[in-house]
Design a protein around this ligand. Structure first.
Ligand code: HEM
Ligand code: HEM
Length: 181
């Protein structure tokens, strides 16, 4: 039962690739926009300066957001809930979820909030969080793999295997020399 729960908190290869692919497109399209906006845009005649490729980066970003959020949603019932119950990799998982929540809230704000004073702050928090979340995902995966790599030992004592995936082997009691008489 335990080993089954542990197996099913692990993502299938296809699922894992889907997360990496959508996250990579999300990140690269955001980065593309940043480079276009801050390094390639010429001086503006009126208001804020813009570069022609910016709307294209955002079109790709918007599509990647939809695919990534579908992949994220699909992680909840299996991966997240089971790993949470098993108390595995909770800290970096929670960090990742917090950063993603920040990106979703600020992304929503960028799309729907029209306040001109608020927008630069939303933008800065959003792309700052976007750069940090990549490190968060890497950390999460590395930490998760570490917990997976722990050596498994075989159990013979029920009390030791309670609440833990790794179980401990107890040596068989040694028989002393037979006494005569
Ligand atoms: C769950 C993750 C994310 C969500 C839901 C999200 C959502 C959004 C949305 C809705 C917008 C507004 C699109 C528009 O105005 O057409 C946006 C803009 C943007 N996003 Fe993301 N995004 C996410 C991750 C990222 C990441 C990882 C980066 C990496 C750097 C990033 C960088 C940007 C940038 C630079 C903009 C343009 C900012 C501006 O217009 O001032 N985003 N995002
Ligand atoms: C509180 C929330 C979370 C917890 C407790 C958690 C827990 C774990 C654990 C225990 C592992 C190692 C699984 C194993 O190999 O045995 C892992 C790996 C992984 N997690 Fe999470 N996770 C959480 C949230 C997330 C989120 C939000 C994402 C994606 C955005 C994610 C993506 C991954 C990926 C890609 C791996 C590597 C593939 C794998 O080992 O199956 N996790 N996580």
């Amino acid at each position: 039962m335990r080993s089954h729960a542990r197996l099913s908190m692990r993502l299938s290869q296809r699922h894992e690739r889907w997360i990496y692919l959508t996250a990579a497109i999300l990140f690269l399209s955001g980065l593309g926009w940043l480079i276009a906006h801050y390094f390639l845009a010429g001086p503006a005649e009126f208001g804020e300066r813009h570069q022609v490729s910016e709307p294209w980066w955002m079109r790709v970003h918007g599509a990647a957001v939809m695919a990534f959020l579908m992949a994220l949603g699909s992680l909840f019932p299996g991966h997240i809930v089971r790993a949470w119950k098993a108390k595995k990799n909770r800290r970096t998982g929670l960090l990742l979820l917090t950063l993603l929540a920040l990106l979703i809230i600020t992304g929503y704000g960028l799309y729907y909030v029209a306040d001109e004073d608020l927008r630069p702050w939303l933008s800065l928090t959003h792309w700052g969080g976007g750069l940090v979340v990549v490190a968060g995902l890497l950390l999460h995966v590395v930490q998760g793999r570490k917990t997976r790599a722990k050596p498994r030992v075989t159990a013979t004592h029920p009390a030791q295997s309670e609440g833990s995936d790794s179980v401990i082997a107890f040596p068989k009691p040694q028989r002393g020399p037979r006494r005569r008489g």
